[in-house]
Design a protein. Structure first.
Length: 460
């Protein structure tokens, strides 16, 4: 049996960490859950989980430390360029240096066999990845899947950090398309099927007065009162969340051919980390680029259906939509699956629902890095070249490559388990992969032959 380290637990992922920790312990594995802050520790302990808080007594000072790059990543996640965020970079680097010292000390005291990182795209998550590699540990990254009710699984990372984004079309030549799986995925996505009811989840408790006061006091002693307040708010949101799903849209405000645009929140890590600095990030600008391209080389009467991530973005689009150019219709996020599968052309940065466009055979253009952006199945473009790409769209194909890409992503690179409502079948899928990796990477070591006498004595 092995030692598994859950290195990036967060309050929103309490249910998933709880299910994995309990499942691993039942299988006889030693599990360490390492939390970063006192509020998360208090939340996990209130729900009966055994945790260990990361020590930050000393800062790591390594000659080849990746701290500058990690601090720059933190700045990007805060929506600021490294050039204009010197104070943020300095604070992030000092905090990460202290956390790296505690993390390395934890590895030295009790070296894990396998490190599990969940939604680890921030500076600390990538630092934990680096430290695990330095100590020769095996890694598994889990994260929110591309489709609802799924979890990404990879050894390098999730989304733009995963090994999947480095694959070429040739990689999928040996893959078989599972048409039955893909048909069921399309049906479930368009029908908005709810998650399974036989949940493995522990019902979340809201923080009581003692929880709030003790957690805030510990956060103040730790020097992170604002972060403590943010995590307490996340704890309250977790306890107030329900299992209801927004119904999937079945009608759109247009008939006939249209261009679909899938927008994302500009604060989405997929936007801030997997899109170049020179590309458009604001949703109205993205829609404006498509309207101008259609006026230049396409049919200016072709309607555009825009899937807005929230009401704030929808209002901004309505305020900036003029009378010139193609008509624009704004719909809510519940329409994303329908738009991705029925549009005559799909345009996005790297929206996860773009995978449904690939699966349904919709010509799909994207700006950013994404696991489904395989050349031949989808086309990554430069923003300045959008009119040229619209003028040279490929004709319909047999969909063989698309089916192979989607099959590999959804069968092998994803686990069908809702990260917010993990069910027993999905948890078994994750545990099965973890145990297979432990068996491959933790062979029984050779004991060696005993030699009597002092340690310095010669002889066999």
């Amino acid at each position: 049996m092995g030692h598994v380290l859950l290195a990036t637990p967060t309050i929103p992922r309490l249910a998933l960490h709880d299910a994995l920790a309990r499942g691993l312990r039942r299988r006889g594995h030693h599990v360490t859950t390492l939390v970063r802050d006192p509020v998360t520790r208090r939340c996990y302990e209130a729900h009966g989980l055994r945790v260990q808080e990361l020590s930050r007594d000393r800062a790591a000072n390594l000659p080849r430390s990746p701290l500058p790059g990690l601090a720059a990543r933190e700045a990007r996640l805060h929506g600021r360029s490294p050039a204009g965020a010197q104070s943020l970079l300095a604070r992030s680097r000092r905090r990460l240096a202290r956390e790296m010292g505690g993390l390395m000390r934890s590895f030295e005291i009790d070296l894990p066999d396998l490190v599990v990182l969940i939604d680890a795209r921030d500076g600390f998550g990538r630092m934990a990845h680096w430290v695990a590699r330095e100590f020769g540990c095996e890694l598994v990254h889990l994260g929110t899947g591309l489709l609802p009710g799924t979890i990404q699984r990879d050894t390098d990372g999730i989304d733009g950090d995963s090994s999947v984004v480095r694959r070429t079309a040739g990689f999928y030549r040996s893959q078989r398309a599972d048409r039955e799986l893909l048909d069921s995925v399309l049906a479930a996505s368009l029908g908005g099927l709810p998650p399974r009811t036989d949940r493995a989840r522990t019902a979340p408790w809201p923080p009581d007065l003692f929880d709030q006061l003790s957690a805030l006091f510990a956060a103040c002693l730790d020097g992170t009162p604002l972060r403590g307040l943010e995590r307490l708010a996340a704890w309250n949101r977790l306890a107030a969340s329900d299992d209801g799903l927004e119904p999937t849209a079945t009608r759109l405000p247009v008939e006939g051919s249209y261009v679909g645009v899938l927008l994302q929140d500009p604060r989405d890590p997929r936007i801030r980390l997997d899109l170049g600095d020179d590309a458009l990030r604001e949703p109205p600008d993205l829609v404006g680029a498509m309207r101008r391209a259609l006026c230049t080389v396409g049919d200016p009467t072709t309607p555009i259906v825009v899937v807005a991530p929230d009401t704030r973005t929808a209002r901004a689009l309505e305020d900036r939509t003029g009378q010139q150019g193609p008509p624009v219709h704004v719909v809510g996020p519940a329409s994303a699956a329908l738009v991705a599968t029925t549009a005559s052309l799909l345009w996005t940065v790297n929206h996860p629902m773009g995978l449904l466009g690939v699966l349904a055979g919709t010509p799909t253009l994207h700006l950013g890095i994404t696991p489904w952006g395989v050349p031949g199945a989808a086309q990554r473009i430069e923003l300045a070249a959008l009119p040229e790409h619209l003028a040279e769209l490929p004709g319909p194909d047999t969909g063989t490559l698309r089916a192979r890409v989607a099959t590999r992503l959804l069968r092998d690179d994803h686990v069908w388990c809702d990260p917010d409502r993990p069910d027993p079948n999905g948890v078994r899928g994750i545990l099965e992969g973890l145990e297979q990796q432990l068996q491959r990477t933790r062979p029984k070591p050779e004991l060696g032959r005993y030699r009597p006498g002092p340690a310095w004595a010669p002889g066999a």
